[in-house]
Structure formats: C-alpha cells, structure tokens
Design a protein around this ligand. Sequence first.
Ligand code: NAD
Length: 259
Amino acid sequence: MDLGIAGRTALVCAASKGLGRGCAEALAAEGVNVVIVARTVETLEVTAAAIRAATGVDVKAVACDITTPEGRAAALAACPQPDILVNNAGGPPPGDFRQFTHDDWIRALESNMLTPIELMRATIDGMISRGFGRIVNITSSAVKAPIDVLGLSNGARSGLTGFVAGLARKVAPQGVTINNLLPGMFDTDRIVATITAQAKAQNISIDESRRRRMASIPAGRFGTPDEFGRACAFLCSTHAGYITGQNWLIDGGSYPGTF
Ligand code: NAD
C-alpha cells in the first residue's frame, strides 16, 4: 500500500535506536525525509547513514537532549516545519514512589509529558496552515494498565495522554491528527537492560529471564522495532486521516481486557 506521504518531512525524536529508530526507518521507507534526534552523536550518525543507504531519502541528524530547551531549539532549527512529528524520549527509572523526590517527578514530567507538548506547540500551527499534520506520541502500555514500579511513567505519560485527548479534537478539522502508540514489550536495548536486571535479582540466567518474559505474552515473543515503526508510518499516512485522539496498544495481546 502506498501510504501517500512520500516527500513529506518528519521530525523523529529519540531515534538512534529502538522504537524511535523503527519509526524513522519505516517513514523513510515511504519516501519521507527525516530529521532524527538522539543524544550520542556517533550512534546517531551510524543510524542516519544506514537509513540514507537503505532508502535514499534526505536524513538529517541532530545530536541533542530533546528534553532540554536547548535540545528542542536545535531540533526545531533543523526541522522548523515538520509535516510529521514523532515524540519520544527515554523512559523514567523504576522505583518505589516513596523514594521518588520532587526532582524525580519534574524530570519525568519534562521528558515524557512537557517535551512532547512543547514540540507540538512549536509545530502544530504550521501543520494547520498547510492542512496536513500527523503527530504520534510514543507512550507505554503503562498508560492503559499501570506497572507498579513505573509510577513516574504511569503518571507523566497519563498527563500527556489526557492533554492530547483534548487537543486532538481541536485540530481535527484542519487535517492534523494526534495519536499515541502504547508499546508493550519490544526487543530493544531498554528491554535487554530490564531482563538483565531481573535475571540478576532472581539469580537466573538472562536466557531464562527472557524466556519467562516471553511466555507471559500471548504472542509468545517480543515485538520488533520494525513492526512498531510500520504501525507509526500507517498512522502518519493519508489513509489514517480519520483516526485521531486514539491510544493504540501494540503488545502481542498482553492486555487482558476485551477492549
Ligand atoms: P531504547 O533505549 O532502545 O532507545 C532509546 C532512544 O532514545 C535512543 O536512541 C536514545 O539515544 C534516545 N534518547 C533517550 N533519551 C533521549 C533524550 N533525552 N534526548 C534524545 N534522545 C534520547 O528505548 P526504546 O525501547 O526504544 O524505548 C523508547 C520509549 O518507549 C521509552 O520512553 C520507553 O520507556 C518506552 N517504552 C518502551 C518499551 C519497550 O518494550 N521497548 C515498552 C514501553 C515503553
């Protein structure tokens, strides 16, 4: 299926690895020029070169921390008028909420709620004036089914979700859609780190820890960044213009509810 977005421009945040990279690759495969952002210049340049070589689209790399005002300014200077915005950043650390300090909460809110809102604020009027815009926020399955040790994530991402629910309806008449993608368990560096920590805590091998995790997923496996990216690209397509304000769970069937 031709997604109808060749020649568009996308700003994809936190995209040198994992889910963000999956989104950048899938958009580039559809002929979208991408500006990718991540903190480590070396990893980012390797990813940019790989996407260029695979797709031939224009790829710009901006090495910065997207959760800071300076980082956002650098990303927006490289891509002031994106047609597509994919919001993403690292997730907050796990822990007991009694140990979370005020500063921990501010950091989580900055990363996973306020940074996406700032980037939407900076880019949405251009999308409205051009009559086309696609915004995808990478959140988490924790928004739909909270994960006890991820209180910072549950809270900050739910704040973003509530805000977006209102904004999506407001900009719908102007051809701008805003949707959230909620990953369950995907095979990225983040999951590898979680599995390694769990293996250590339970005194089992990493392979066993991985096997137990996978066994808890109806699909019997982790998702791939490519699958995630393809879903993102579809939401950014011309065909998805009537889908807005939605929270798409991509979790191999893990969420146990009927809907
Ligand atoms: P990952 O560690 O594989 O990749 C993270 C990417 O983000 C890297 O490119 C890194 O450089 C970049 N990054 C992180 N913080 C950044 C910042 N402040 N500024 C710029 N770039 C930054 O992680 P992932 O698994 O792809 O996860 C992406 C998001 O999805 C995270 O918020 C994570 O919590 C969330 N999530 C992931 C899963 C999963 O199973 N992988 C599940 C639920 C939620």
